[in-house]
Design a protein around this ligand. Structure first.
Ligand SMILES: O=C(O)CCC(=O)C(=O)O
Ligand SMILES: [Fe+2]
Length: 194
């Protein structure tokens, strides 16, 4: 686990470099902040479970409720199927298939803010697998705890409109200590200015 944590952090920082470069900000734009930043590793263990509610179509049992990740970027390793992403247009849940040896990379809230909405932080959840127990390891990479993340000044200049307010990881923790995950307003919604 120790070696995986180091390797996945190196990968996340490398990917962040490529992403900010794609935004025209230069590859080292976030380098120092990401190097000083935080990495949260979450190991999720889900039991086997079928469809507890008789419904048509069947309602899956949810292991982790609907949310977006408060990170810049998240790298997920999953043992088998269970992760679903919400298609905002159709309202449909799409399975992210577990491919042996593959990592799933997901945009977090902070990257959506930084990019002024060019990158979107997907709404996702984990459903219980009816035929097998499941493990997932999520590695969330962010800027330092008290650091405020706002829209990149260069992108704001291009766009002329700020779509998100700034926030820090500390503010997020304060929010989640009072608001249950998957219920009511999400923290991401509180960041949106339009
Ligand atoms: O178990 C999964 O596939 C999802 C985990 C997740 O979304 C998280 O830990 O933030
Ligand atoms: Fe997540």
């Amino acid at each position: 686990m120790g070696r995986y944590a180091v390797a996945v952090r190196r990968l996340a920082l490398e990917l962040m470099g490529v992403i900010v470069e794609s935004l025209g900000l230069g590859r080292t734009y976030m380098k120092a902040k990401m190097e000083d930043g935080i990495q949260v590793m979450v190991v999720n263990s889900y039991p086997t479970c079928g469809h507890p509610e008789a419904a048509s179509p069947p309602m899956p049992a949810v292991g982790m409720p609907t949310h977006t990740d408060y990170s810049n970027i998240t790298v997920l390793l999953q043992s088998n199927d269970g992760l679903q992403v919400l298609d905002a247009e159709t309202g449909r849940w799409t399975l992210v298939p577990a491919i042996p040896g593959a990592l799933y990379v997901q945009v977090g809230n902070h990257l959506e803010v930084l990019s002024n909405g060019r990158y979107r932080s997907p709404v996702h959840r984990a459903v219980l697998n009816p035929s097998a127990a499941r493990l997932s390891v999520a590695s969330l990479h962010s800027v330092p705890m008290g650091e405020k993340m706002g829209v990149a000044a260069e992108l704001l200049q291009q766009d002329g409109t700020k779509r998100y307010r700034e926030s820090s990881f500390e503010e997020f923790l304060e929010f989640v200590s009072w608001n249950e995950l998957g219920k009511g307003r999400s923290f991401m919604d509180t960041l949106k200015l339009m």
